[in-house]
Design a protein around this ligand. Structure first.
Ligand code: PLP
Length: 387
């Protein structure tokens, strides 16, 4: 039988054409997993809970700044400030971080790609939790590296022991994701600190905090330290640590593509050198600065979603569907939980689609973003329909 399950002549021809075209590319690209976007809705009023977006419009200052930027001609015929100087200064003030250690990019995914391109040598290993953000294996392979996915523990948390054991002479980078996509779990501050102390200083570590605003007090209180790391505090001590943050989630600017790294000046400088020239567009820079002036509103909205998340988790638990404790804006139903109910991830997704809500199948599990209240109500309806 032909590769890909194709039996007929047309199928064979398609495979040969495909194989010939793949010769244009580096051989490892043949194994590249695709980034699978969420499914399209069956009807127009479906609620989209498949991409971890927030349901809110931009905050008022962002909308006003964008309108003003465009109203005055927007200088859109000109390239934007390549160094993102004003936004970097605003981030430095907001994050209390040395501007020399800030790298702004066209979304944090692009920054993760650039980071890996910068540090991975051909065939070099990137140790990462798995399952985690889908972009990690793709970005690793695209950077010429080997993705070493260390399975999460049964409760959906990082297996830092396992990750430490996976380090070799050939390790070029480590990825950490907290809260982790798709499980929502965090890493206690003390555990990350212990782990970093064991990592050889020659290995750069990227800690992805895309969802940190949905975690309690961003790891700063005594109680929250027990459950969530304070990446910034750690990055002040470890120059090989890079904290990645984004405007796409709590800041509600996914459509504009804006993210940033907080790290040491020594790490940031080469990363800035390989940045895509003018990669961060003018409107994104304007919007990012405006969004920072309304951070309290952003954090209040994030807290509101965190409450909605906890409520949905409790309601699902009442219906006998259990999810790992999430500190992000989504919940994860893992393979074991689906199996306990005798349903596949595809069947669960289907029931949700019938109830008018889009969720995301990732491997054997299902991730549900927490956004519009109507979406959560429909998820509960879908779960009841599965009984
Ligand atoms: C863990 C994680 N990191 C980064 C991102 C991407 O953020 P951005 O929109 O800034 O590229 C996502 C988006 O889903 C994510 O889940």
């Amino acid at each position: 039988m032909a590769p890909g399950g194709l039996r007929n002549g047309a199928g064979w021809r398609a495979v040969m054409v495909h194989n010939r075209r793949m010769q244009w590319f580096r051989p490892e690209l043949a194994d590249l997993p695709s980034y699978v976007a969420g499914k399209r809705p069956r009807n127009a009023d479906s609620v989209k809970l498949s991409s971890n977006e927030v349901p809110f419009p931009p905050t008022p200052a962002v909308a006003a700044a964008l309108v003003a930027a465009v109203d005055h001609g927007g200088a859109l015929n000109r390239y934007p400030d390549m160094s993102c100087a004003q936004l970097t200064a605003a981030l430095a003030a907001y994050e209390d971080w040395d501007p020399a250690g800030i790298v702004v990019g066209n979304g944090s995914t692009a920054l993760i790609e650039k980071f890996l391109q910068a540090v991975v040598t051909p065939g070099g290993e990137v140790v990462s939790p798995w399952r985690s953000f889908e972009a990690y294996p793709i970005a690793t392979i695209a950077a010429g590296g080997r993705f070493i996915g260390v399975p999460l523990r049964a409760d959906g948390t990082h297996d830092l022991e396992g990750m430490a054991a996976a380090l070799t002479e050939n390790t070029r980078a480590i990825l950490l994701c907290s809260p982790n996509n798709p499980t929502g779990t965090t890493i206690p501050h003390a555990e990350v600190a212990d782990f970093l102390a064991r990592v050889p200083a020659r290995i750069p570590v990227l800690l992805d905090e895309a969802y940190i605003h949905f975690a309690p007090a961003v790891g700063e209180s005594q109680a929250s330290r027990a459950v969530v790391q304070n990446g910034k505090e750690l990055a002040r001590h470890y120059p090989n640590l890079v904290v990645a943050r984004t405007f796409s989630k709590a800041f509600a600017l996914a459509g504009l593509r804006l993210g940033y790294l907080l790290t040491s000046a020594a790490m940031a400088e080469p990363l800035r050198r390989i940045a895509t020239p003018f990669g961060v567009n003018r409107l994104a820079q304007v919007a990012g600065q405006a969004a920072l002036t309304e951070a309290p509103t952003v954090l209040e909205r994030a807290a509101q979603l965190a409450r909605a998340r906890d409520e949905l988790a409790a309601q699902l638990a009442e219906a006998d569907w259990h999810t790992p404790t999430s500190y992000a804006n989504f919940l994860w139903i893992d393979a074991a939980e689906l199996a306990r109910h005798g349903v596949t991830a595809a069947r669960f997704e289907d029931a949700c689609m019938d109830a008018g809500v889009l969720v995301r199948v990732l491997g054997e599990g299902v991730r549900i973003s927490v956004a519009e209240p109507e979406g959560s109500a429909r998820v509960l309806a879908a779960v009841r329909a599965l009984e």
